[in-house]
Design a protein around this ligand. Structure first.
Ligand code: ADP
Length: 306
């Protein structure tokens, strides 16, 4: 059964404690609120595309703890095909233990757990699904060799979100995807250049193209995104994001990538400029609400846009 969008990536559960301040080493303090959220870049991007009405499948791994089946249910509730979300025996699900202090600063420990067992074999086992996808989406919270295997099987458009960023990497990671997409800090790690504004993002995009990328998309927060392709006839683009009152930018990049995948999978002749504009509209809307997956908008956001 083919799906227009296939995401190969991570599922994480965020355990978030809110406390007056961060504890010192060895100290125990009382927090005042605790929430659990479904996260992980792979699942977030999947949910963003599904909420817009995308036909989406996820290839991922969760643990054999209580969280694995709960995560799969969450994906099913978003109408995501979970046939290729497998349970790893004797492993915890991926988790992020987050403490947020009243001042807004935080402390995070991530245990990737079952995400580390998402293997090239899992990708080969999902071969028909991946090969038939119009758009394949990947990130780097699961093993790099798994992402590379999936990129090799892809016959459609592939989007690699280079997050978390790697200072040392196989150049295939840049060369294989149709679109290499990162935020400013990730672009800085991949290039070794400072990337703090649109102008520096444009310089980083040019360097990434010279290293072999087919096209580069760098998101620059409230300033939108910069896009450059290796086709010399195409000009460098800077697409603005709508001006909004930002409440919580967590997951903005994931909303952006999910929306980009949705546009490229569903509108055959859409220009990259229009697909990026739509992705900015979706991501900007998501920052006006608290949370990650729960902040992603539904199809109405793109009603008069596409
Ligand atoms: P990440 O979430 O990965 O750090 P960015 O901060 O670059 O990525 O944000 C991704 C996209 O989200 C941006 O390209 C933009 O479209 C949108 N966005 C993020 N922050 C804002 C903001 N304050 N106002 C409007 N749009 C925003």
């Amino acid at each position: 059964m083919s799906k227009k969008i296939v995401v190969v990536g991570s599922c994480m559960i965020d355990f978030v404690s809110y406390a007056p301040r961060l504890p010192e080493a060895g100290e125990t303090i009382h927090g005042h609120k605790f929430v659990t959220n479904f996260g992980g870049k792979g699942a977030n991007q999947c949910v963003a595309a599904a909420k817009l009405g995308g036909d989406v499948a996820l290839v991922a791994r969760v643990g054999d703890d209580v969280w694995g089946p709960k995560y799969i249910n969450n994906l099913k509730n978003e109408q995501i095909d979970t046939q290729n979300v497998r349970i790893t025996e004797n492993s915890s699900s991926g988790i992020a233990q987050i403490i947020v202090a009243d001042s807004g600063i935080n402390q995070i420990v991530i245990v990737a757990g079952a995400n580390l067992s998402l293997s090239p074999k899992d990708v080969l086992d999902s071969q028909p699904l991946i090969s038939l996808a119009k758009v394949l989406v990947l990130q780097l919270e699961t093993p790099v060799e798994t992402a590379i295997e999936a990129l090799k099987l892809c016959k459609g458009i592939s989007i690699l979100n280079g997050a978390p960023a790697l200072a040392q990497y196989n150049l295939e990671l840049l060369k294989l995807p149709s679109i290499f997409c990162v935020n400013e800090s990730e672009a800085s790690v991949f290039t070794g250049l400072p990337v703090n504004n649109v102008c520096e993002a444009e310089i980083a995009a040019k360097l990434l193209i010279s290293k072999g990328c087919q096209s580069v998309l760098i998101t620059v927060g409230a300033e939108g995104a910069v896009y450059l392709s290796n086709d010399p006839s195409k000009k460098l683009l800077h697409v603005d994001s709508p001006k909004v009152k930002s409440i919580d930018t967590t997951g903005a990049g994931d909303a952006f990538i999910g929306a980009l995948a949705f546009c490229l999978a569903n509108y055959d002749h859409i220009s990259m400029e229009n697909a990026i504009k739509a992705a900015c509209i979706v991501a900007a809307d998501s920052v006006t609400r608290l949370g990650t997956q729960i902040s992603f908008p539904g199809p109405e956001i793109l009603q008069n846009v596409l």
